[in-house]
Design a protein around this ligand. Structure first.
Ligand SMILES: *[C@@H]1O[C@H](CO)[C@@H](O)[C@H](O)[C@H]1NC(C)=O
Length: 348
């Protein structure tokens, strides 16, 4: 009797399992390996020679991750993912993507993480991320980005991590981060020479990790704003070295060891301390959220930061952040806090 019941139960269960696997969608029977764990389906289609999104098909599952790393994708077209509603993590790294049409990510309102690293994207155009209302994590390192459109990120109101290292960015448009609550920003290995306070640093109040190494920083008067800002955040934030490339007399010097007089020998330093003060708009004074950093630009905060011991704690924090191997593959590496944030993903 007992045996018979167990037998009936078991066969009912196996029928269920077969039906379940079938119901994930055709792609799980053919091209990709699908595994369900804790209510999330992972669809692994890595290195399958996929050259177009039309080579694959959506799965039927309420929440899933799609891994398309290491394929042959060249272009993402408008509405390519429109039927991929339950997608929360999308890996498109290590492909050959050079073109992303406006509306390519339409339909991905629930997408939280997008990986586009190691492709051939040369610009972040205005419409590129339309539809990604929930995006928290965007990785586009190791591409050829030279141009970033002023509104490229403006709809990403939940974006906390932006990984842009190893591109060719020489300047960021004003107000690019205005509506973006960034906590982690990696700009290493680009072509940045300055990073102004007005329209850029002023919107980076929530950043706790910032990587600025390996840019050709021009240590002139314009860098005073960055120096002051870095001093004001350096106790709470992890910041990589800012090493002067220009001018020649400061080549190789670390910005935090260069005095303001050296940066700006002939001009009035005060003019660059608060570049924005004469033009401060009223909304800067009446922010709805308490702003952490503008206070650091008051004279008392500057006095505080210059009177404290500068070297000890900051140095040890820098040492802690090394080695700073970049993310150039999809394997987790020792990469300070950005990697530790990344490794929270069960997909890496
Ligand atoms: C660095 O900045 C100074 C002052 O703005 C400017 O005159 C100089 O041309 C800049 N150097 C480079 C290499 O951009």
């Amino acid at each position: 009797m007992h045996l018979w019941i167990s037998y009936v139960l078991l066969s009912a269960m196996s029928v269920c399992i077969v039906e379940m696997f079938g119901s994930y969608g055709e792609i799980c029977q053919r091209l990709c390996a699908c595994e369900e764990r804790e209510g999330i389906l992972t669809v692994s289609c890595e290195n399958r020679g996929v050259s177009s999104i039309s080579d694959i098909s959506p799965v039927y599952f309420s929440q899933y991750h799609l891994l398309l790393t290491g394929n042959l994708l060249k272009k993402l077209s408008a509405n390519d993912f429109v039927d991929y509603k339950g997608l929360t993590i999308l890996h498109l790294g290590n492909n050959d993507i050079s073109e992303v049409e406006a509306g390519a990510f339409n339909g991905l309102q629930g997408l939280k993480r997008l990986h586009l690293n190691n492709n051939k994207i040369d610009a972040l155009k205005e419409e590129i991320f339309f539809g990604l209302e929930s995006l928290e994590y965007l990785q586009i390192d190791n591409n050829y980005i030279t141009h970033v459109a002023p509104n490229a990120l403006s709809r990403l109101q939940h974006l906390e991590v932006l990984i842009l290292n190893d591109n060719l960015i020489s300047s960021l448009p004003v107000n690019i981060f205005q509506y973006v609550p960034l906590t982690h920003l990696d700009l290493r290995g680009n072509q940045l020479k300055v990073l102004p306070y007005s329209g850029l640093l002023e919107h980076m109040n929530s950043v706790v990790e910032l990587q600025l190494e390996e840019n050709p920083w021009n240590c002139s008067c314009e860098l005073i704003a960055l120096k002051t800002w870095l001093e004001s955040i350096s106790y709470s934030a992890l910041v990589g070295d800012v090493v002067c490339e220009f001018p020649f007399r400061l080549h190789g010097r670390d910005l935090d060891e260069v005095s303001k007089q050296e940066l700006c020998p002939r001009r009035a330093i005060a003019e660059y301390e608060m570049p924005q003060l004469p033009h401060l708009s009223t909304d800067a004074y009446y922010r709805t959220t308490p702003a952490l950093l503008p206070a650091s630009f008051t004279s008392s905060a500057i006095a505080r930061s210059s009177s404290r011991p500068t070297k000890g704690p900051r140095l040890s924090r820098k040492l802690k952040s090394r080695p700073t191997a970049r993310i150039s593959s999809n394997k987790p590496q020792n990469y300070g806090q950005i990697i530790s944030y990344q490794t929270k993903s069960p997909c890496l």
